[in-house]
Design a binder for this molecule. Structure first.
Ligand code: ADP
Length: 229
């Protein structure tokens, strides 16, 4: 029997609209509304990189947060592997969140300054009650090598690293649960050009090795050109 490859996109976004109500204070009710994302649609195939490019404030982060359901969607539908995500039950939602990870511009926001790098990378595994002990340590060491660092860095703390190295650590942490899809929200915008190129190389290598699908946002067309399909 021959195997049939799925031709459906991994992620399908249809007419996504996300608006935020603004209130001036606890008693004053709603005083305005920000139209952060208005009626956008796109598909992303497996192992593909799709970029959202636009100036600051145009709604790139809100699009990523809407896909992860970190903010409530006003209108539209999001399908992951053909399943509409607003219909997911709690177990399916947990699985969905395991499959989709987000990397932010500032890696400090996702790294606890009091946690060693090794523990920070291993933490998602522990939260999900997955591997422990030697096996987990081995996995952390391999991921450090994958992102161009070394196992000996696992004992150090985030403040001992440069911005580019901290972003590599955040990337290692985000792929430990074997996600399928990554939202890379301006992941290189806080870095110098030469460091940007190195981090992009790491992201491309990981995409190949782990068959990752990326939604990549940036305000910088040079970065977009070097990253995208
Ligand atoms: P970008 O990522 O392109 O810089 P954002 O998605 O962060 O843009 O923001 C789009 C718009 O939505 C901006 O005007 C921003 O101020 C507004 N916005 C984002 N998050 C919120 C929120 N939680 N509450 C109110 N307004 C928000």
């Amino acid at each position: 029997m021959s195997s049939i490859k799925s031709v459906d996109p991994l992620l399908k976004v249809e007419n996504l609209t996300t608006r935020f109500d603004i209130s001036n204070g606890f008693f004053s009710g709603i005083s305005g509304r920000v139209h952060a994302v208005e009626n956008i649609s796109f598909n992303i195939d497996e192992s593909e990189t799709l970029s959202l490019v636009g100036e600051s404030g145009c709604g790139k982060s809100t699009t990523g947060r809407s896909i992860l359901r970190l903010v409530p969607i006003t209108k539209g539908k999001i399908y992951f592997k053909d399943k509409e995500i607003s219909n997911l039950g709690s177990v399916e939602m947990r699985n969905y969140r395991k499959n989709i990870q987000m990397i932010f511009q500032d890696p400090f926001s996702s790294l606890n300054p009091r946690m060693s790098v090794g523990n920070a990378i291993a933490e998602p595994m522990k939260v999900h009650g997955l591997h422990e002990g030697k096996e987990l340590q081995e996995k952390v060491y391999n991921l450090l090598v994958d992102v161009g660092l070394s196992p000996k860095h696992s004992k150090r703390y985030p403040h001992e690293f440069s911005g580019g190295q901290r972003q590599r650590i955040a990337i290692a942490r985000s792929i430990i649960l074997n996600p399928k899809f990554m939202i890379l929200d301006e992941p290189t915008s806080a870095l110098d050009r030469s460091i940007q190129i190195q981090v992009i190389d790491v992201l491309k290598r990981l995409q190949d090795k782990y068959k990752l699908t990326y939604l990549f946002t940036s305000h910088d067309l040079k970065v977009i050109r070097s990253m995208c399909d």
